[in-house]
Design a protein around this ligand. Structure first.
Ligand code: BES
Ligand code: ZN
Length: 886
C-alpha cells in the first residue's frame, strides 16, 4: 500500500498517518474469548477476557486500550508456560491504555495469551457497554444492557486493541437471568446453566455465541434485555427486528422486510455473500446516533427502525428506509472491508450514504430520491465545505475527541458526493464493477482511499486517482465563473476556491480541482469536458441555451452573469432543465448571493419567477433559500423582516392552495411531502386560510381526534399553532411530546415546542430539555426550534452560559452531542458582537471535543454579518420596488 498524504487547510502536504496515536506493534491480537455478566442492581458487570496474541518482537510488556475499567488480575502465558502471573499494570488515562509489564520475555514469532479479569460500569452515557431502560406494562422501569463501540468505546466495555486495523476473531459469552434475551454479532453456539459470578448460589444462563469472522473491535456488539422480535425468512439467512417489550413489535415489519430485500440485493450487486448466519436489528430506547452497523447486530434509535404507518408521514418512512439501507451497506463497506484508520472514515460513511440512495432508488423508483440528492447531501456538503474551518475528506486524526468530530457532513455528504461524481464519470455499471473488485481483493482486510481508486481504475482503465485525489485530500471546492464570448461561440471558465465569507486569500486559492464541466446545451450533455487548469475556453455552438454541471453531479458552484441567470430562469420554465438542474441552479445563485459573488436582489428576482414551478424538490430549494435569507436577517429591522415574510407568503401561497392540505390514498410519496411542504411554507408565513384551517384542526385534535392533524402536517401544524397561539396550544403539544404513543409522534411535538416565543414558555422549553422527561439522546429536540426567533436564540445562548457545567457533565465530549448542542446554540447569531461574546465565553473553557463545531459556528456567523453589511440596502430596495416594503 502506498503512503498517503493529506493536506492541512492551507494546502501544504502532511503525512496523515503520522498523526495517528496507535498502540505499539510488538504483539497482535488474533482471538478474544470474552465473558461478561452484568448486575442490573448495581449497574456493574464482571468480565474475563482471554486474548490470543501473535508476538511480532521480543516483548516484556503488552499495551492495550482500557477506559473506566477496573482490572483485577492479569496473567501472561505462552503455550503451557506461565510467563507472568502478577505482572505490573500501569494505566495512562490520557492515552486510554493499560500496559502489562513482566520480567519474563515473550519471544518473537511465538504465540501468547493474555488473560484479564475486570469490572466495568453499565454507564448511562450511551457509550461502551451501557444501560438503557423502558417502562413495563405497570409503569416499572425495566433495564437492559447494550453496546455502542464506534469509534473508540470498545475499550470502555473490555480491554482490547481498539484500532480498526487490528482485526481479530471474537467468541462472546453473556451471563444473564433466564428471562433475558441475549444477542451478539453471531448466532448462539451453546447455552448452559452456570452459577453467577456475582451472586453466589444464584443460577443463571450462560449464552455462548459462535466465533465471529475476522473483524474490528468497533463493530462488536452485545445486548441483554427483555425483548420481542419478528422474523422474516425472505432472505438466505434469518432477518429479525427486536424491540423492547413495551413496543408494538409489528412496527418493525417495514424494516424487517426491507432489510431482507436489501441484503439480497447487496449480495447480488456486490457479488459477495453476507458471511454471517443471521441479521438482527434492534431498537434501543437510549441511543446516541441514529443507528450503528455492528456486524450481524445492527442497533437503532427507536424512530429510525420502528414505524407505525398510520401515524407517521412519508418523510419518516423514507428516513427509516435510508437508515436501514445505510447500515446494511456497511455490512460490506466497513465491516467486511474496513478503513485502516479513522482518517479514512469517509470510505465507510461516504460509501454507505451513496449506497443507501442507490438502493432506495432501486426499491422505490417513484420516490425519485436522486432528484432530492441536490437539496440534501450536495447542499450539506457544499455548505460546510464553504467554511474556512472545514477540513479535507481525508483528515489527520489522533485522539478519540477528534475522531468523533469527523462524523460530519464532510465524511458523509461530501464523501458521498465524491462517489456520485466518480460513478457518473465512469458510469454506474463500471463503478460497481470496481466496487466488486475492491471488496473481493480486500475482504476481511483494511484499506486506504488509494485502494478504492486502484480498483476503480482496474475496472475502468482510467486513471481514477488522478481525477479524484485532490477531491479527498484538499479542503473546499471551487466556484466556476463563466463569461461568454459570443464573437467566438465560446465560454471562458475560471475556477477559484469558494469561501462563504468571500475573503479567500491567495495562499488559500492554490488548489486546481479537476472540474467535470457537464455542459448542457439543446443537444444534450457533453460529459467529456474537464477543466484541469485555472481557466480555459470551451466552445458552445449555440449560446442561446447552455448550463454547466448538468444534474449537479459535480462539487462546485457556477457563477453566471445576471443576464445569463435571467435567461436560465426562462429556460427552466420552458422545460430545458431537469429537476436537479433547476434546484441546483437556485442553490448556486442563492449561495453566491449570500457570499457576495452576486447581488441578493438577483436571487430574489430569480425566485420570484418560480411561482409556478411544478416540482417538489425545486420548491424545497426555493423554501430553504428564503429560510436562509430570513434567518440571516433574524436580528434586522422588524419592517424588513416583515416584508421578507410577505414575500415568502406571496411566493408560496398559490401553490399551497392549489395542492391543498388534505390527503387521500391516491397521493403518491412525493405528492404527500409536497403538500406538507407548501402548507408549512405558506402557513408559517401567515397565510390566513391555512392558519385558520390549522386552528380548526386543532379544535378536534385537542378533543381527542388525533387524525384531525394528518401525520404529514404535524410538524408544520405545531409550528403554526405555537407561532400564533399561546399557553393553551403549548400545553396540548407538550402533552403530545410526553405521552404520545410512538416516538415519532413525541418527537414532532418535542421538536416544535421552541416555536413558542412567550418568555415563560421559552424557559419551560429550556428546562424541559435537561429534565427527567426528555431522554439524553433527545436533548437537541426541544431546543432546536428556539432558533426560529431572536428571543429564542438569545435565551438559548444565555441558558448555555448559565448551565455550562451541567451540560458538560451530561454530555461528555466523547459523545458528539456536546458538539451538536454548541452548534445549535451558537450558529444562529448574525453579528460580529455575537462572535465576540461566544469567543469570550469559551476562552476560559476547554473546547475539547467541539472545537471544530465552534469554529464552524463563528465562521458561519461572520459570513452572515458580511452578507447583511453588503446587501442590506440592496434587499430593502428590491422589497420596496416589489411592494413588500413602504
Ligand atoms: N457508523 C454510524 C454510526 C455512528 C455515528 C457511530 C457517529 C459513531 C459516531 C452509522 O452507520 C451512521 O452513519 N448512522 C447515521 C444514520 C444514517 C442514515 C446516516 C446516524 O447515526 O445518523
Ligand atoms: Zn454509517
Amino acid at each position: 500500500m502506498c503512503k498517503h498524504f493529506g493536506v492541512d487547510s492551507h494546502g501544504s502536504s502532511v503525512d496523515i498517518t503520522k498523526a495517528r496515536e496507535v498502540l505499539p506493534t510488538n504483539v497482535k491480537p488474533t482471538h478474544y474469548d470474552l465473558t461478561l455478566e452484568p448486575d442490573f442492581g448495581t449497574f456493574k458487570y464482571k468480565g474475563t477476557v482471554v486474548i490470543d496474541l501473535d508476538v511480532n518482537d521480543d516483548s516484556t510488556s503488552i499495551a492495550l486500550n482500557t477506559t473506566d475499567l477496573e482490572i483485577h488480575s492479569a496473567t501472561v502465558s505462552s503455550g503451557q508456560q506461565t510467563i507472568a502471573d502478577k505482572p505490573t499494570l500501569s494505566h495512562d488515562e490520557d492515552k486510554q491504555t493499560t500496559t502489562v509489564a513482566f520480567d519474563g520475555t515473550l519471544s518473537k514469532g511465538s504465540k501468547a495469551q493474555l488473560t484479564l479479569t475486570f469490572t466495568g460500569t453499565l454507564n448511562d452515557n450511551m457509550a461502551g457497554f451501557y444501560r438503557s431502560s423502558f417502562k413495563d406494562g405497570n409503569g416499572e422501569t425495566t433495564w437492559m444492557a447494550t453496546t455502542q463501540m464506534e469509534p473508540t468505546d470498545a475499550r470502555r466495555a473490555f480491554p482490547c486493541f481498539d484500532e480498526p486495523a487490528l482485526k481479530a476473531e471474537f467468541t462472546v459469552t453473556l451471563i444473564a437471568d433466564e428471562k433475558m434475551t441475549c444477542l451478539s454479532n453471531m448466532d448462539v453456539a451453546s447455552e448452559k446453566t452456570v452459577e453467577s459470578t456475582i451472586t453466589s448460589g444464584l443460577n443463571r444462563k450462560a449464552v455462548t455465541f459462535n466465533k465471529t469472522p475476522l473483524m474490528s473491535t468497533y463493530l462488536l456488539a452485545f445486548i441483554i434485555g427483555e425483548l420481542n422480535y419478528i422474523e422474516t425468512k425472505a432472505f438466505r439467512v434469518p432477518v429479525r427486528v427486536y424491540a423492547p417489550k413495551d413496543r408494538d413489535i409489528e412496527h418493525g415489519r417495514f424494516s424487517v422486510e426491507l432489510a431482507a430485500k436489501t441484503l439480497d440485493f447487496y449480495e447480488k450487486t456486490f457479488d459477495s455473500e453476507f458471511p454471517l448466519p443471521k441479521m438482527d436489528m434492534v431498537a434501543i430506547p437510549d441511543f446516541s446516533a441514529g443507528a450503528m452497523e455492528n456486524w450481524g447486530l445492527v442497533t437503532y434509535r427507536v424512530v429510525d427502525v420502528l414505524i407505525d404507518e398510520k401515524v407517521s408521514g412519508a418523510a419518516v418512512k423514507q428516513r427509516v428506509a435510508e437508515t436501514v439501507q445505510h447500515e446494511l451497506a456497511h455490512q460490506w463497506f466497513g465491516n467486511l472491508v474496513t478503513m485502516d484508520f479513522w482518517d479514512g472514515l469517509w470510505l465507510n460513511e461516504g460509501f454507505a450514504t451513496w449506497m443507501s440512495w442507490y438502493s432506495c432508488n432501486v426499491f422505490y423508483p417513484d420516490w425519485k430520491v436522486w432528484e432530492g440528492y441536490v437539496t440534501d447531501n450536495l447542499s450539506s456538503a457544499l455548505s460546510l465545505d464553504s467554511l474556512r474551518s472545514s477540513h479535507p475528506i481525508e483528515v489527520p486524526v489522533q485522539r478519540a475527541d477528534e475522531i468523533n468530530q469527523i462524523f460530519d457532513a464532510i465524511s458523509y455528504s461530501k464523501g458521498s458526493c465524491v462517489l456520485r461524481m466518480i460513478s457518473k464519470y465512469l458510469g454506474e455499471e463500471v463503478f460497481m464493477e470496481g466496487v466488486r473488485r475492491y471488496l473481493k481483493k480486500h475482504a476481511y482486510g483494511n484499506t486506504q482511499t488509494g485502494d478504492l481508486w486502484a480498483a476503480l481504475a482496474d475496472a475502468s482503465g482510467k486513471d481514477v486517482e488522478k481525477v479524484m485525489d485532490i477531491w479527498t485530500k484538499k479542503v473546499g471546492f471551487p466556484v466556476v465563473t463563466v463569461t461568454e464570448k459570443p464573437e467566438s461561440n465560446s465560454i471562458h471558465v475560471k475556477q477559484n476556491r469558494f469561501l462563504r465569507t468571500a475573503d479567500v486569500k491567495p495562499e488559500e486559492d492554490e488548489t486546481l480541482w479537476p472540474v467535470f464541466l457537464g455542459l448542457r446545451s439543446k443537444d444534450g450533455v457533453d460529459e467529456n469536458l474537464t477543466l484541469a487548469s485555472r481557466e480555459a475556453d470551451f466552445e458552445v455552438k449555440d449560446l442561446e441555451f447552455f448550463k454547466l454541471n448538468a444534474d449537479h453531479t459535480s462539487l462546485y458552484r457556477t457563477s453566471y452573469s445576471p443576464e445569463r441567470l435571467e435567461k436560465l430562469g426562462v429556460a427552466a420554465k420552458n422545460g430545458l432543465m431537469t429537476v436537479e438542474d433547476r434546484a441546483g441552479m437556485i442553490a448556486d445563485a442563492g449561495s453566491l448571493a449570500s457570499s457576495g459573488y452576486q447581488k441578493t436582489s438577483g436571487i430574489l428576482s430569480l425566485l420570484d419567477g418560480f411561482k409556478t414551478e411544478p416540482n417538489f424538490v425545486v420548491w424545497q430549494e426555493i423554501s430553504s433559500r428564503i429560510a436562509v435569507l430570513r434567518s440571516a436577517w433574524m436580528f434586522e429591522e422588524p419592517a424588513v423582516k416583515e416584508a421578507l415574510k410577505k414575500f415568502q407568503l406571496d411566493l408560496s401561497k398559490d401553490k399551497a392552495h392549489e395542492l391543498g392540505w388534505t390527503f387521500s390514498e391516491k397521493d403518491g410519496h412525493i405528492e404527500q411531502q409536497f403538500k406538507a411542504l407548501m402548507y408549512g411554507t405558506a402557513g408559517v408565513a401567515n397565510d390566513e386560510t391555512i392558519v385558520k384551517a390549522t386552528f380548526d384542526m386543532f379544535e378536534k385534535f385537542k378533543a381527542g381526534d388525533k387524525t384531525a392533524i394528518h401525520p404529514n402536517l404535524r410538524g408544520s401544524a405545531y409550528a403554526i399553532l405555537l407561532t400564533h397561539g399561546g399557553k393553551e396550544e403549548y400545553e396540548v403539544i407538550l402533552h403530545e411530546a410526553l405521552h404520545a404513543n410512538t416516538s415519532d409522534e413525541r418527537n414532532s411535538a418535542l421538536r416544535s415546542l421552541g416555536r413558542a416565543k412567550d418568555p415563560e414558555l421559552i424557559q419551560r422549553t429550556l428546562a424541559l430539555s435537561i429534565s427527567e422527561d426528555v431522554k439524553g439522546q433527545d436533548i437537541y429536540l426541544p431546543i432546536s426550534a428556539l432558533r426560529t426567533h431572536p428571543e429564542g436564540i438569545n435565551a438559548l445562548w444565555k441558558w448555555v452560559k448559565d448551565n455550562w457545567e451541567e451540560l458538560e457533565r451530561r454530555l461528555p465530549p466523547s459523545l458528539s452531542m456536546l458538539s451538536s448542542v454548541v452548534s445549535i446554540t451558537t450558529s444562529s447569531f448574525t453579528h460580529q458582537e455575537h462572535i465576540d461574546d461566544i469567543q469570550k465565553f469559551f476562552s476560559t473553557k476547554s473546547t475539547k471535543g467541539f472545537d471544530k463545531a465552534l469554529a464552524q459556528s463563528c465562521d458561519a456567523i461572520s459570513a452572515k454579518a458580511a452578507w447583511i453589511k453588503r446587501d442590506s440596502e440592496d434587499v430593502k430596495a428590491w422589497l420596496k420596488k416589489h411592494g413588500y416594503l413602504q
